[in-house]
Design a protein around this ligand. Structure first.
Ligand code: RRO
Length: 610
């Protein structure tokens, strides 16, 4: 066993097996909190109250483990090899906790732990505190009930009072032997109606003559407890939560502010002396004010999702991205494509093309590499066969035009100009062709030349699709606008290399290949932000909309790009795995706007632009 000089166990890397995973009775709504029981290998050490584990399912879709406090631990019988069974209460919050709550009996789970320090025992507190004697006061808010209830279990019966505060319902209190148990709920469903201050004030705290207070819960609740404890002069120990990567003190990602400098929540915490914690409300981040609480739209009022691209109204901002959606027809049997805002065709060239030889697709963690090489039926074929069917669909049809030279771009544009297609997307960013493609989009001169030449032969709205590979992307975007672009779409694929290590050769015949999918999203968000920032410096009548592309898979991703400044979105790779992705994005976007009271896309667009 590894323990420090105070008897606190050090973390080890262990494999556990799930012995039970079930929704916790009493949590509202039902299914919002789970109880996960994990059996550790024989001889594992038992955690002390206040410690937590980093939990990471062996079969997992998330990169990192999640820090979860121990609610209860039990050493099973000797015959069982002294195995330890840990119980965690888990609030279903994001992807990681959702995964943990979906585990089944027998599933394997990796654990790093027990991590962190412990709640100091009351005797220790009494000897170092100015307050004397008295019971302990233990307070849990929401899921914060788990570690403090675990701590309470280690104390003598009736030696403490316990306050538990929930939004609705109550849970995690079954092992308590408190002298007094007080429950508050925001909605009045259990106990006292209201938040913690409805039950615990400076006066009640003073009257309790407590030796110390121990608490875990939402930050505003902890700040309140710190304040009243300081006023009354009672020592408090607060268990803090923070995002963690390693759980063992190396990544320095979970620091919190204290009067003694920044401290690691995983190592110096999670339990801190309340006197050193600094709680300051966050009113702005990176110079951007936190949005004030917004009222939802009125009952029956629907948000307007429509957007304008170069004078064409799209019913919503979600567009099937070029190269990932064929001509819109292939997906007709899989979902209702008519709900989309627009469909951008596969990249088109004057002549039909067979594309690249060799491997064309290669999956990476959260990404997809491609080297299709602009295979397409050619513009004349498109005009005769695919376009009429595309036009028969409700979404706005967009013809994605590519070329190998200015002349071929211009000839292609002339042919498209003579059709009814409402919008042309000029692709000067294909990463997988030897001539043309991204070569034009890399520099201002190349981009300007291509856009000006195409602009001269068509009056149709022109979206110009840019490559993230350019070292002067903002300038390229401005050069395109100057040359007549009505909108900018970005990013086309990034460029990557994949290697077949068994054969010792590159995966792709052209060595480099396009790379997209969720892995590129944060970089794409930055590039969209920077291009919109540059466009916003133009006079109002010269500004054009930016259409975001880059790993959009959920409505949350879509909102992120809109807040970065995008007016519309193209969804690519996500559709392959989930054909319904774009419908979910449209519905999720509408629900978010309704909940937050945004009547139009424009109202939330560019919120993080200064
Ligand atoms: O066909 C392709 O290989 C391709 C094209 Br045209 C494009 O614009 N972007 C991409 O990742 N692949």
């Amino acid at each position: 066993m590894f323990k420090d000089c105070q008897g606190i166990p050090y973390p080890v890397f262990a494999k556990g097996v799930v012995s039970e995973c079930a929704p916790v009775v009493g949590a509202v709504p039902f299914g919002s909190v789970y109880s996960l029981k994990v059996l550790l290998e024989a001889g594992s050490q038992e955690p002390v109250a206040g410690q937590f584990y980093m939990l990471h399912a062996v079969r997992s879709d998330v990169l990192l483990g999640r820090p979860i406090s121990v609610y209860h631990s039990e050493v099973l019988s000797e015959e069982d090899g002294k195995r330890v069974e840990l119980t965690f209460l888990i609030l279903l919050k994001g992807k990681g906790t959702k995964e943990l709550c979906s585990l089944d009996f027998g599933d394997l789970i990796n654990l790093i732990g027990p991590c962190g320090n412990r709640f100091p025992t009351p005797e220790k507190v009494v000897s170092t505190s100015s307050t004397t004697g008295g019971k302990s006061l233990i307070i849990g808010g929401g899921i914060g009930v788990a570690p403090v209830a675990g701590f309470a279990e280690t104390l003598p019966a009736k030696s403490y009072d316990f306050y538990a505060s929930f939004k609705s319902g109550s849970y995690g209190l079954e092992n308590l032997k408190a002298e007094k148990l007080v429950i508050t709920t925001d909605d009045g469903s259990v106990g006292i109606h209201g938040m913690l201050p409805a039950a615990l004030t400076e006066d009640t705290l003073r009257a309790g003559n407590y030796s110390a207070v121990y608490a875990c819960g939402p930050t505003p609740m902890l700040a309140y407890i710190q304040k009243i404890c300081q006023t009354v002069g009672v020592k408090c120990w607060l268990s803090m939560e923070a995002h963690m990567a390693c759980g063992v003190g190396v990544c320095l990602g979970c620091v919190i502010d204290t009067t003694e400098g920044k401290k690691r929540c995983c190592k110096e915490g999670p339990v801190f002396d309340g006197d050193i914690l600094i709680f300051k409300p966050v009113t702005e981040v990176a110079g951007i004010k936190v949005q004030p609480r917004r009222e939802p739209l009125a009952e029956g009022q629907e948000p307007d999702l429509s957007v304008d691209i170069g004078g064409v109204r799209l019913p919503n901002p979600v567009i099937g991205s070029s190269g990932t959606f064929g001509f819109g027809l292939e997906y007709k049997t899989l979902f209702d494509v008519n709900r989309l805002g627009g469909i951008s065709s596969k990249g088109l060239t004057l002549e039909p093309r067979q594309g690249n030889d060799g491997i064309r697709l290669h999956e990476t963690p959260a990404g997809l590499m491609n080297s299709i090489g602009l295979q397409n039926p050619g513009i004349p074929h498109f005009i005769e066969h695919e376009l009429p069917e595309m036009m028969a669909l409700k979404p706005v049809a967009i013809a994605n035009l590519s070329g190998s030279s200015i002349e071929t771009y211009v000839e292609g544009a002339k042919l498209l100009d003579a059709t009814d297609v409402p919008i042309i997307e000029l692709n000067i960013s294909c990463p997988n062709v030897s001539a043309g493609g991204a070569a034009f989009g890399m520099t201002c001169v190349g981009a300007e030349q291509a856009v000006r030449a195409v602009r001269a032969v068509t009056k149709k709205p022109l979206i110009v699709k840019l490559t993230p590979q350019s070292h002067e992307l903002e300038k390229v975007a401005l050069a395109c606008i100057e040359a007549g672009a009505d909108a900018i779409s970005l990013c086309n694929s990034f460029q990557g290399i994949a290697i077949d290590i068994e054969r010792g050769v590159p995966v792709f015949d052209k060595l480099k290949a396009g790379f997209g999918g969720p892995a590129v999203r944060p970089i794409a968000v930055r590039l969209v932000y920077e291009v919109v920032e540059a466009i916003n410096k133009l006079p109002a009548d010269k500004r054009v909309p930016v259409i975001a592309i880059g790993g959009i898979a959920t409505w949350e991703d879509a909102v992120e790009f809109i807040m970065a400044g995008a007016s519309a979105l193209q969804v690519g790779t996500a559709t392959f795995a989930n054909p319904n992705a774009m419908i979910e994005i449209i519905d999720g976007l509408a629900a978010f706007m309704k909940r937050k009271g945004y009547r139009t896309i424009e109202e939330m667009r560019g919120l993080i632009q200064k």
